[in-house]
Design a protein around this ligand. Structure first.
Ligand code: CS2
Length: 496
């Protein structure tokens, strides 16, 4: 048996040659990006693109300093410390083979709960040009119903009381930007990489509302010196499972405590608004455009909502992974009809994008049997995702008095999903910031079906729309009476 090599800087030269390793000198990399939220997605996407720039073009002034804000981040902090910031990105190719690539672009990491001042100082450092974020859809702390920053959130209340030892991204950004202003340091770009419509605008809105209350004198400086480009980010990045770690060890002799797995596809479309400059990511496949909104609409309403469709249907039926649900003929038919009849009309003019090709590619990506993207990953935090992925389609279709049957059916399926048990009687956890409220509303909806839609922080005024409410009630009734596959087959035949 071949011995495996623990991944770290010293061992890089010992790693077998079928693993791609950084050939650039990592000691020469300088940091100009701080990234908050080093999860799997950041590691398969921005850190990957940046590593490519280093590897293929020798551009070394765009090193990343990762920052973990949450206690949960302690694990990645310890692992990256152990591995000198290195990790393996395992691409699961379409033929089932693996490409293993060690990524070297994360050259520093600060665990904020241990050293908040170091994080503030790093973000304020003149060498830092970009502070990028993957803080999840829910991380922007805006209330769906009011659209406003949620000052009642207890961690925000704490940050307002203790500005020098913040807990939230808003606390950190405001202190760092304040230091930049006070010290006469140029501004920077705050770059959201989350799946949110107008993610840069949303980041700006949330931060501005927070700062208006906490450090209002900063606002004019921010307006002049900080930019917030919108972007569309895409690469399916499933949860890493023990089998991935094991396969890396047996097939490539690399011992990595937390590798990342991903699909081969990747896309990054960004508005070119980087006030103090940026890496030339276009050299390695990123697209810079003037207006990213149509791309975002397309991706969020088709890919992410497509995931939600397959996730909710699949979870109730008892499937475990997205590819299983995507191969189910009834679910696939339903998904295609949802995309064509309910989403496509809302997308407007997409210029020269070939939408049919895009939709076809999504089905192929969902069906990729090697990715094994867990349905549980797709369904978690749905209360933050559904208002972004699905409700805009429903609202746009309602405005045009057009079909909302399938999108609304998924909302009803989500209500049932919150009962926490699939059709085989197997229970699962509801992993969601609003889990208590969701579980309670779903339970009460057995007596009073409309109760689920009364969660205002999710549905806002949609409850006042009779067409939507009626569609929801009849879907929920059907879902409670019949198996999910039967319901879907019925809708498929009724509407086809
Ligand atoms: C998924 C996304 O979380 C979800 O529900 O739809 O994580 C999706 O896999 C990525 O956005 C793909 O780019």
């Amino acid at each position: 048996m071949k011995t495996s090599i623990s991944l770290n800087q010293e061992n890089l030269s010992l790693i077998p040659s079928d693993v791609i390793t950084p050939s650039y000198d990592r000691d020469k990399v300088t940091t100009s990006i701080v990234h908050i939220g080093v999860g799997n997605f950041h590691r398969s996407h921005e850190a990957f693109y940046t590593n490519e720039l280093m590897e293929r073009y020798g551009i070394l002034d765009c090193g990343i300093c990762g920052v973990g804000l949450l206690d949960y981040d302690r694990r990645i902090y310890n692992i990256l410390k152990d591995q000198d910031g290195l990790y393996t990105l395992i691409t699961k190719e379409l033929d089932g083979s693996l490409t293993a690539r060690v990524i070297g672009s994360i050259v520093e990491y600060i665990f904020a709960p241990e050293n908040p001042i170091a994080v503030i100082e790093k973000m304020a450092n003149p060498a830092i040009k970009i502070i990028s974020l993957t803080i999840t859809e829910g991380g922007y702390n805006l209330n769906e119903a009011t659209g406003e920053f949620d000052f009642s959130n207890p961690v925000i209340v704490e940050d307002m009381k203790n500005p020098m030892s913040p807990k939230t991204v808003f606390g950190y950004l405001s202190q760092a930007l304040k230091l930049r202003m006070q010290r006469g340091i140029p501004g920077c770009t705050i770059q959201s990489c989350d799946n949110i419509q107008g993610n840069g605008d949303v980041a700006k809105k949330a931060l501005t509302e927070y700062i208006e209350k906490t450090e209002p004198e900063l606002l004019p400086w921010i307006e002049e010196n900080v930019s917030f480009p919108n972007s569309m980010v895409d690469r399916i990045t499933p949860v890493t499972v023990a089998a991935d770690i094991e396969r890396l060890k047996t097939e490539f002799q690399v011992e990595d405590q937390w590798p990342v797995v991903c699909e081969p596809f990747k896309q990054w479309v960004i508005e070119d608004q980087f006030i103090t400059g940026r890496p030339e990511w276009e050299k390695v496949g990123a697209q810079f455009v003037e207006n990213v909104i149509p791309f975002e609409n397309m991706k969020l309403r088709l890919l992410n909502a497509g995931h939600t469709v397959l996730g909710m249907l699949g979870a109730l039926h008892g499937y475990k992974t997205i590819d299983e649900a995507a191969h189910d003929k009834d679910f696939q038919f339903f998904l295609k009809a949802f995309m064509n009849e309910e989403v496509t009309p809302t997308l407007g003019n997409l210029g020269n994008i070939d939408l049919n090709k895009y939709k076809k590619s999504l089905i192929d990506r969902f069906q990729n049997i090697y990715i094994k993207d867990l349905i549980s990953r797709i369904c978690l935090e749905s209360s933050a995702k559904i208002p972004i992925f699905l409700l805009p389609t429903i609202k746009a279709q309602l405005q045009g008095k057009a079909n909302i049957t399938r999108a609304t059916f998924i909302i009803a399926a989500w209500c049932k999903y919150n009962d926490g048990v699939d059709e085989n009687g197997k229970s699962y956890a509801i992993e969601d910031a609003l889990s208590n409220e969701l579980i309670r509303a779903a339970a009460l909806s057995h007596e009073n079906p409309i109760r689920f839609l009364q969660i205002r922080s999710i549905f806002g005024d949609l409850i006042d729309n009779k067409t939507f409410v009626d569609a929801f009630l009849s879907s929920l009734k059907m879902i409670r009476e019949k198996k999910i596959k039967e319901c879907v087959a019925e809708i498929n035949s009724r509407l086809s």
